[in-house]
Ligand binder design. Structure first.
Ligand code: THU
Length: 132
């Protein structure tokens, strides 16, 4: 992924964060997922009065992408107020489509807090290979 694509991905995650619906936690999260096709799918967290029914930004973006036919992904940028890392459920959902995914976590100013891969975030992942 070149610098331009990285900047775009981060900008898309921050823009998505502005659309978060998080009246309960007030923790706004935006995510932008770059598919191998070059298309970027973004998402925000969407909470609910029935708290567990809410969904994280990363899964919103993933579900949008997969339901549009995407199956291969290069990178995800995640924007939070404090550089919070993706939750376990999101790590698992993303891992279904490959562990080489680059993960960029940025703060509310777009500054990179950490860069890693899904493989590092989810060691010894349970995945499709385990069900063959
Ligand atoms: N949240 C995300 O959107 N992504 C994460 O990886 C961490 C948590 C959301 C879920 C909930 O709406 C709020 O942040 C507080 O947990």
């Amino acid at each position: 992924m070149n610098d331009d694509n990285r900047r775009t991905l981060i900008a898309r995650a921050m823009a998505a964060r502005a659309r978060a619906y998080a009246p309960y936690s007030k923790y706004h999260v935006g995510a932008a997922l770059r598919a191998a096709s070059g298309k970027v799918y973004d998402g925000a967290n969407v909470e609910n009065a029935v708290y567990p029914a809410g969904i994280c930004a990363e899964r919103t973006a993933l579900v949008k992408a997969v339901s549009e036919g995407e199956r291969k992904f290069e990178a995800i940028a995640i924007a939070t107020s404090n550089g919070g890392s993706p939750c376990g459920v999101c790590r698992q959902m993303l891992s279904e489509f490959g562990l080489d995914l680059i993960v960029l976590v940025v703060d509310d100013k777009g500054a990179l807090v950490h860069e890693t891969t899904l493989r590092d975030l989810l060691p010894r992942a349970f995945g499709p290979k385990d069900l063959e």
